[in-house]
Structures are given as structure tokens and as C-alpha cells.
Design a binder for this molecule. Structure first.
Ligand SMILES: NC(=O)c1ccc[n+]([C@@H]2O[C@H](COP(=O)([O-])OP(=O)(O)OC[C@H]3O[C@@H](n4cnc5c(N)ncnc54)[C@H](OP(=O)(O)O)[C@@H]3O)[C@@H](O)[C@H]2O)c1
Length: 318
């Protein structure tokens, strides 16, 4: 243990960080040890990580001193912020700066920062296709992460550009559901564009591959996806793997999606519109081959649906 390189993992009780902790623990001969960071060391997900062999420590992204302590002696830091806890792009930027400041103070040798692209760069400031949100962002959880890249400037950082989690099907209420006619349907403003998606667990495995590669990816941007698919294609796979009837795709306009009124509808409307209107750029920023090189167990959408069959069926009510 003492001679292992410690990776302090933020978001360890969540999807991305959890995947990384599990990847480190699954490779005891890999030369790395997992230090899982959480605000609540007594919660079930934290004690499960401890039982599985991780060191578990307490820190808060809003408290830079707690992060410095959590990073002390660590070789690496996996840095991820959680927009969906507070829905504020500005807060994400402050939390990312706290991480960078603490990693610098602790002398960390490698940071993997989970980021996304700045959607504002794809269109002019006066473009009316998509509303500005929080006064200055097109897609706050993308744009703010991209702006936060600057906080890691000068530090040994890999900028990991992630993709839409397919797990949103069962974790975020995005699975197809039965309508009044008893037929399965789902609604997105994606037209016929392909969206870059990935199994959330694979992001952590990719991050582990980046740490294992040593200096190779320091200072680099690495964009990853499991597969790029249209909504129609995803519906066909769900229907095939689950053995359920066809999934009807209601392709709506982004304005309609934004007006649905659930928390984050405007944010997600803008995000899907970005994946649709700037599909070439978004797909060019992500690579299946790179993801597979870093994580040979990378799942396709069909493999993902097969693995998560029970959870997806429950979410679909079938
Ligand atoms: N959903 C998607 O399709 C998707 C795709 C790409 C990127 N993302 C990005 O992924 C990020 C979220 O990552 P995730 O999905 O892995 O998270 P998650 O599963 O929702 O879990 C959130 C994690 O963040 C930690 N956390 C939140 N606030 C914290 C704070 N103040 N101090 C310390 N830890 C804190 C939580 O730890 P404790 O509660 O244990 O303290 C928990 O481990 C978001 O910013 C989102 O934009 C999402």
C-alpha cells in the first residue's frame, strides 16, 4: 500500500468517481491506491467503498482547506464537480478553482479534470436559436466546465471531455415510457443527429487508463464516448434487447423541450440542441478508439442495455 500512488477521487460516491475507485480496486497489482473523497464518510456508498478496500476521507468542494488535507500525499486527483446539485455554472467554476488551488498546494503530480466544451464557441453571441441561460451561458454545465479549464492552467492536468451518460435512461428519468395508447415512446429535440454517449462506469475506467499512462496525457485534452447513435437507433436497440415493442421517437423542437417545465428543462433543451445542431463538432471532440485504448472493456450501447436490463425495464415500467 505504502509504495502505491494514491489517487484522491472526488465524486467517489457518484458515477464518474465511483467508476474510477472501482477500477483502481479491481487492479490491485496496478500500482495505484484509491482515496475516496466524500462529504459524508458514514453514507452507505462511502462505507461500501471502504469495505471494498478504498481509503475514505471527508472534504467539501466548497472548502479549499478540506481539499488540501484530502489531497495531501496524493499522486493524482480525479476532479469532477456536480452541476446538478445546485444548477449554477458560476458555482461550478468556484468549486473547480478550489480543486485546482488545493491540488497545487498539495503538489499533486497528475489531475484528471472532467470537463465539457464551451457551446458558446459554436455560435455568435447574438444567435437567437438558443437562449442564454444564467445570463451568460448557452449550456451552463458545459460552458462553465470549459471556462474552469483555465483554473488548471500550469498544473499537470488531463482535460477529460465526457459524453451523455446512457445511465440517464434509468437514473435521470429519460427512459421510454408507455403513453395513453399503451405504446412506448420518448421525446427529444435531437432530430436525426447522432449523440455521443457512454456508460457512466466507463468514464471512471477511462480515467484510470489515463492515470496509468503516466505523463502521456498530461497537458492533453482527451474526449471519449462509447458510441454515437441517433435516438431512433437507441430505441431500436432497447426494443431488441429488452424484447419490448417498438419505441416511438417524438422528435420535438428544442423550444418545445425547454418549455416542458421540469427542473433543468431549459438546460437540457439547450444541451440536446447543441448535440443536434453542432453534431459534427461534438462528435469530432470525442473518440471511441481513444476511449477503448484507455479502457479495453468499453461498452457499446447494446452491451450497456444488456447489462442494465433490469434497471432500464424498471424505469420503463415494462
Ligand atoms: N449525466 C450526464 O449525462 C453527464 C454527462 C457528462 C458529464 N456530466 C457531469 O457529471 C457531473 C456529475 O458527476 P457524476 O454524475 O459522477 O455525479 P453523481 O453521480 O451525481 O454524484 C455526485 C458526486 O459529487 C460529489 N459532490 C457533490 N458536491 C460536492 C461537494 N460540495 N463536495 C464534495 N463532493 C461533492 C458527491 O459526493 P458526496 O455527496 O458523497 O459528498 C457525489 O460523489 C456533473 O457536473 C455533470 O455535468 C454528466
Amino acid at each position: 500500500m505504502a509504495d502505491k500512488k494514491v489517487i484522491a477521487v472526488l465524486g467517489s460516491t457518484g458515477s464518474q468517481g465511483g467508476g474510477l475507485v472501482r477500477a483502481i480496486l479491481a487492479d490491485p497489482a496496478g500500482g495505484f491506491a484509491a482515496r475516496a473523497v466524500t462529504r459524508d464518510v458514514s453514507k452507505d456508498k462511502a462505507t461500501a467503498l471502504k469495505s471494498a478496500g478504498a481509503e475514505v476521507v471527508k472534504a467539501d468542494l466548497d472548502d479549499v482547506e478540506s481539499l488540501k488535507k484530502a489531497f495531501a500525499g496524493a499522486h493524482g486527483v480525479y476532479a469532477v464537480t456536480n452541476f446538478w446539485e445546485h444548477f449554477s455554472g458560476d458555482k461550478e467554476k468556484v468549486q473547480a478553482k478550489n480543486i485546482a488551488d488545493a491540488a497545487k498546494a498539495a503538489g499533486v503530480k497528475h489531475i484528471v479534470w472532467s470537463t465539457l466544451e464551451d457551446i458558446r464557441k459554436f455560435m455568435k453571441a447574438d444567435d437567437k436559436r438558443m437562449p442564454m441561460l444564467q445570463t451568460k451561458y448557452r449550456v451552463p454545465h458545459f460552458d462553465a466546465k470549459a471556462e474552469a479549464n483555465a483554473s488548471f492552467g500550469g498544473l499537470p492536468t488531463t482535460f477529460l471531455v465526457t459524453s451523455f451518460y446512457w445511465d440517464n435512461l434509468y437514473m435521470f428519468g429519460m427512459a421510454p415510457k408507455k403513453g395513453d395508447d399503451g405504446k412506448l415512446a420518448w421525446t427529444f429535440p435531437m432530430g436525426t443527429a447522432k449523440m455521443a454517449g457512454i456508460a457512466a462506469e466507463d468514464i471512471g475506467k477511462v480515467a484510470y487508463g489515463i492515470f496509468k499512462a503516466g505523463n502521456q496525457y498530461v497537458g492533453k485534452t482527451v474526449g471519449v464516448m462509447g458510441e454515437a447513435l441517433t435516438i431512433e437507433q437507441m430505441g431500436q436497440t432497447i426494443s431488441k434487447v429488452l424484447g419490448v415493442g417498438p419505441v416511438k421517437y417524438n422528435a420535438v423542437e428544442a423550444d418545445a423541450y425547454r418549455s416542458f417545465g421540469f427542473p433543468g428543462a431549459d438546460e437540457l433543451g439547450n444541451m440536446f440542441q447543441a448535440y443536434r445542431d453542432f453534431d459534427k463538432e461534438m462528435l469530432a471532440n470525442r473518440s471511441v478508439d481513444t476511449a477503448r485504448k484507455l479502457n479495453p472493456a468499453l461498452q457499446s450501447f447494446e452491451q450497456f442495455v444488456t447489462k442494465q436490463k433490469a434497471a432500464i425495464k424498471t424505469a420503463m415500467g415494462v
